[in-house]
Design a protein around this ligand. Sequence first.
Ligand code: SAJ
Length: 406
Amino acid sequence: MVNVIGLGYIGLPTALMLASHGVEVIGTDYNKKLVETLNAGYTTFKEDGLDRLFQKAVEAGIHFTTEYQETDTYIVSVPTPYDKFSKKVDACYVVAAVKDVLKLAPKGAVIIIESTVSPGTLDKFVRPAIEEMGLKIGADVHLVHAPERIIPGNMVYELLHNNRTIGADDKIIGEKVKSLYNSFCQGEIMVTDIRTAEMTKVVENTYRAVNIAFANELAKICRHDNMDVYEIIRICNMHPRVNILQPGPGVGGHCISVDPWFLVGDYPSLAKVIDESMKTNDGMPDFVLNRIYEIMKSEGLRDVTRVGLYGLTYKEDVDDIRESPALQLLESQERHLAPGLKVYDPLILEEVVPNQYYSLEEFLESVDMVVVMVGHKEIKENMDKLKGKVVLDTRHVCEFDKVYQL
Ligand code: SAJ
């Protein structure tokens, strides 16, 4: 039996996937309300194919509880917040979960940590915590790091098809965990050591962050001399060895906007390109804000409360607002200028910010200028309704003629 600890964006789909592929699974989360929701038959976030997977897992007998279970295999998928000032990861939830399960785990249990951690975290924080309990790693308990790699918006598909990495001290344990993931994973599973597994995960997200920063910097250069950044990137990407990502209003989510900071925090004098890239991405909401004021001026618009942000999530077709560029922009606007921007996102039905609307029609009536912040399918399909408004399209999704770009 596998006890999955932490039933959030990664833990829940992983638990469901294992259960629907014949593995006995109990999911544990300390959030009572979340467990009640799952036990009442509802998933806790939206993702393509998740509800179907949930049904299959429930039929296969998955259980959800707030209690840790006594079993031989644990998957820990709890949050790893980071300190914005020191740029270091805070492994307290991982350490707490490991200590809690070890109170009841039998000798030889395997603890698989899926949470993203900065390279060296298991050595610095998890191993000492286990040793302090008087336990011997490799005999009393086996430690494994199996970082998740799935992308929000396509999680269920990627969980099945992505290649995976498993870091273990011991090859035999690594192979054992590989066969557990092989119950559903159709991709290749590489077994390596823990430190390498930690590093690869953070490097993958850092690579993407740096590439996005490059695109964002190009957008700024092109704006300076009125060139079309999208056309330039499109043509460059026709070169066989060039693949530039897309500029945007900023980088959000809890991965690409966070993980690269771990390297900056741990190697401040070495991680220079990464540091600058992260600053470039973090500066994009302010760049958009300046564009808004620039465009308002040239269009003769004076009232900032008649400007609306269309899209609030951190990217298209997800309902996740963590670190979202729109939220960063609103925060920055509150700091520097009079607040009052209107906001609407078809995927966000609960109130998260002031001046938020829940119907496109009412939102459009209240604004003269629309800033497209996210390229949700629903936003693209309703693009025609923006005709007649001044439009700043930060995602390059709007096809009609007169539209302002980044
Ligand atoms: N973004 C751009 N331009 C682009 C691509 C993305 O501005 O060309 C922005 C998005 O709008 C968003 C942010 O970057 O605000 C991050 O989005 P994303 O789609 O690049 O990535 P995440 O954070 O949703 O998921 C990433 C993935 N990592 C990589 O692709 C290397 C995913 O595979 C990881 O599992 C996930 O991080 C994670 O959990 O670490």
